[in-house]
Design a binder for this molecule. Structure first.
Ligand code: AMP
Length: 138
């Protein structure tokens, strides 16, 4: 994986406003926040996108995401929030080191979502679900 700014933050070569660290995970404030308390949670493992992340690092992030979310809400007073995780340029990923955004919602500030729903084709859905289920098994 190509070196990113997050690798430098993990190594302590670039400063960050750290809120949490363990052997596998680091969390710090986003430098261009969508709202006060916008926090990034990253694995120390250098994976560019989520599909490339090991089960161990994924589990480590999953273990702390609820706790970190509670802490961000407690510190900011927000009651609602989004978890965002972008993969690929077309999906708005700018830093190619896996990261989860915790984005509190304060009135207008926070994540804006375009949610254009489409019709569901049951025949296509049945075939697709079978395809995905087979791919999960590997
Ligand atoms: P994404 O579009 O999902 O790749 O988001 C990358 C995020 O990283 C953006 O929200 C940036 O503001 C944030 N970011 C980039 N550089 C830094 C940095 N040095 N410290 C904290 N956050 C950063």
């Amino acid at each position: 994986m190509a070196e990113t700014i997050f690798s430098k933050i993990i190594r302590g070569e670039i400063p960050c406003h750290k809120v949490y660290e363990d052997d596998l995970v680091l969390a710090f404030l986003d430098i261009n926040p969508l709202s006060v308390g916008h926090t990034l949670v990253i694995p120390k493992e250098p994976a560019a996108t989520l599909d490339q992340l090991s089960d161990e690092s994924a589990a480590a992030i999953g273990r702390v995401l609820p706790r970190l979310s509670r802490a961000v809400l407690a510190a900011t007073g927000a009651k609602d929030w989004n978890i965002l995780q972008n993969n690929g340029v077309a999906a708005h990923q700018a830093v190619f080191h896996v990261h989860f955004h915790i984005i509190p919602k304060h009135d207008d500030a926070g994540l804006g979502i375009g949610w254009k729903q489409r019709n569901f084709d049951h025949a296509q859905g049945k075939a697709l679900a079978a395809q995905i289920a087979a791919a999960v098994k590997g």
